[in-house]
Design a protein around this ligand. Structure first.
Ligand SMILES: Nc1nc2c(c(=O)[nH]1)N[C@H]1C(S)=C(S)[C@@H](COP(=O)(O)OP(=O)(O)OC[C@H]3O[C@@H](n4cnc5c(=O)[nH]c(N)nc54)[C@H](O)[C@@H]3O)O[C@H]1N2
Ligand SMILES: Nc1nc2c(c(=O)[nH]1)N[C@H]1C(S)=C(S)[C@@H](COP(=O)(O)OP(=O)(O)OC[C@H]3O[C@@H](n4cnc5c(=O)[nH]c(N)nc54)[C@H](O)[C@@H]3O)O[C@H]1N2
Ligand SMILES: [Mo]
Length: 559
């Protein structure tokens, strides 16, 4: 998030919630927003194909066809320009690329946008007015925006909207993606991405490579480092400069031989990756799989080695939440059996790989992977990651955490980004056109499948299906079917349906509800006996490589 939950909840006059089921999937922030509606009249516009719970707190619900967000946002910006509601001073002082951007937006008049999105023209006008008149307005999104082949371009469109309205760098404004897992922000910050070291320092940057290689004591012996294209100077400190693969490239890579082995840590690809039949085929093709888990999962049968990690409650460290806030997590329970903290296991494996690979370990403050505790790891992070430079355990122990960038131990942290300028200097408007989803309904597969979560379960359900209290409330997979489609299908009560896509088929009980519009069914991936991912398509965004989990075509039959 460019902003913080608190300033959005306290200072935004309006908010566009687009592709975020906020009350079910981010209940803490969801209740802050509900309170802001009730206490001070925050005006919420929800743009979501489904009638999710937060729509009850909204002044307007735009129910677009799935995968049409770019057209929708361009349409809103067309109206903003038509009415002269853009923030001319902000655009002039802080942005660039405006003319080219405007030329693209001109191609999205309301009537055309209404045809693409299915949203009535007058609602487009209402939405544009609410967001323009009630400023600052914040944009909030989650997976409904990113899990598309246009995921990156969807996000850029929302950035365009916020720059156009001058909604950046002040309380109650901003571009606010709600991060999913408790520490997914932290995992990205720490280099859990194929192209960067911690703190988003590119692997292609020679200076960054040398800095990390010196800290870890890694010298180049001959001119070649495995996995590297470049011929590196022998006896220098260096690391491979090749950008790696994303998860959605690695797993198919097993089937085509680009990848031989996988080390899976806290993921359950059999449940969570798209097109499960293909995932099974890929995992079977692997030479070697290590799975580091806290439970035997659906992926365990494919693993050659299981390494027992420990859960959040059994270890000390930090999580970085959606608003970039780093917070302490303290061990409350002793680990069971041979289970060990993930960092300890990784360090032990790394020691053996380095020793076995014959690489020379020189002197270096962190050479040898000897970390006695999590605090020592934080000290390394402070030294090598500028944005985390001042985030120490000693400071975190004292309060509510610190928001990066926080470069020094005197720095108070940064609740709001881009207050004076953007990271690249001027904010760049991007001309972005609507692209339809990879697979649309047709005669054979006439309905949209949309997928996601429910309040009571977490992803593959490996943890939540073990909680009897949650199973008592939501104990079996349900597929949402609209009343109109239920009638068309001849569904009577809570009958079972079979849903089939080009990739697979599931059977589950139908939940007849107007949460979904006619023409769409909605399934979750919480239960192995009917996981939505048997059906989903592995079409990827070309930049982020995220799968289009939110749109594919299916047929539905009563069984
Ligand atoms: N209880 C619970 N909470 C969770 C999780 C969990 O599994 N269970 N998972 C966590 C994680 S990792 C994540 S990433 C987040 C996910 O949080 P969300 O992204 O809020 O959750 P999703 O269920 O993926 O639903 C996203 C919303 O996008 C809408 N949508 C679908 N297609 C489109 C579209 O084309 N355009 C738009 N604008 N909207 C669309 C759906 O109707 C849905 O309301 O939740 C986190 N919180
Ligand atoms: N169809 C469809 N598929 C989706 C999505 C969707 O919306 N629709 N959303 C996608 C998204 S946004 C996400 S984030 C993924 C999530 O997908 P996954 O990351 O695969 O799902 P999780 O169930 O969160 O976690 C995987 C495993 O981590 C284990 N685990 C928990 N804590 C620890 C720990 O401390 N250490 C170790 N070693 N293991 C631990 C759990 O036991 C669990 O089996 O799913 C994606 N898949
Ligand atoms: Mo996620």
């Amino acid at each position: 998030m460019s902003n913080s939950m608190e300033d959005v909840a306290n200072a935004a006059q309006a908010a566009l919630i687009i592709g975020s089921n906020t009350t079910e999937q981010h209940p803490v922030f969801g209740s802050m927003l509900r309170r802001a509606v009730n206490k001070r009249g925050l005006k919420i516009v929800v743009a979501d194909p489904r009638k999710i719970d937060i729509t009850e707190f909204a002044v307007l619900h735009l129910q677009q066809n799935p995968g049409t967000d770019i057209a929708l946002i361009n349409g809103l910006m067309y109206i903003i320009l038509e009415k002269g509601w853009e923030d001319k001073a902000f655009i002039e002082e802080r942005c660039e690329g405006y003319d080219e951007f405007k030329a693209t937006v001109k191609n999205y008049p309301p009537q055309k946008v209404s045809e693409i999105t299915g949203i009535p023209v007058e609602k487009l006008y209402q939405a544009a007015e609410i967001l323009s008149v009630n400023r600052p307005s914040a944009v909030i999104w989650a997976m409904g925006i990113t899990q598309h082949i246009t995921g990156v371009r969807n996000v850029m469109s929302l950035a365009n909207l916020q720059m156009l309205l001058g909604n950046m760098g002040k309380p109650g404004s901003g571009v606010n993606p709600l991060r999913g897992q408790n520490n997914v922000q932290g995992a990205c910050d720490m280099g859990g991405l194929p192209n960067v070291y911690p703190g988003y320092q590119p692997v292609t940057n020679a200076e960054a490579r040398e800095k990390f290689a010196r800290a870890w004591g890694l010298k180049v012996e001959s001119g070649k480092v495995e996995g590297s294209e470049a011929n590196l100077q022998p006896s220098t400190f260096n690391l491979p400069d090749k950008v790696g693969l994303t998860v959605t490239e690695m797993i198919p890579g097993l089937a085509d031989g680009r990848v031989k082995a996988l080390y899976i840590l806290g993921e359950d690809p059999i449940m969570s990756d798209p097109d499960t039949a293909h995932i099974r085929h890929c995992l079977e093709a692997a030479d070697f799989i290590v799975l580091e888990e806290i439970f035997p999962s659906e992926t365990s049968p494919y693993a050659d080695v299981l390494l027992p990690g420990v859960s959040f409650a059994e270890k000390t460290g930090t999580f970085t939440n959606t608003e970039r806030r780093v917070q302490m997590v303290r061990k409350a329970v002793e680990p069971v059996g041979d289970a060990r903290p993930d960092w300890w296991i990784i360090a032990e494996v790394a020691k053996r790989i380095v020793a076995g690979g014959g690489r020379q370990i020189a002197e270096g403050p962190h050479a040898g992977w000897d970390y006695p505790d999590a605090n020592t790891i934080m000290t390394e992070i402070n030294a090598l990651t500028p944005s985390y430079g001042g985030i120490t355990f000693a400071r975190l122990e004292q309060g509510k955490g610190l928001q990066w960038p926080c470069p020094t131990t005197e720095h108070p942290g940064t609740p709001i980004l881009h207050t004076k300028q953007f990271s690249r200097g001027r904010g760049k408007f991007m001309p972005i056109d609507h692209v339809p989803p990879a697979e649309l309904p047709d005669d054979e597969y006439p309905m949209f499948l949309n997928t996601g979560r429910v309040l009571y379960h977490y992803h593959g359900g490996e943890m939540t299906r073990r909680a009897s209290g949650l199973m008592a409330v939501y104990g079996r997979p349900l597929v949402e079917v609209s009343p109109l489609d239920a009638e068309k299908l001849g569904l009577e009560g809570q009958q079972r349906v079979r849903i089939t896509s080009r990739r697979g088929s599931i059977e589950a009980e139908a939940w007849v509800t107007d949460r979904v519009p006619p023409g769409m069914v909605y399934a979750n991936f919480h239960f192995p006996e009917a996981s939505a991912n048997e059906l989903t398509i592995a079409a990827l965004d070309p930049t982020s490589k995220i799968p289009e989990y939110k749109v594919c075509a299916v047929k539905v039959e009563v069984v």
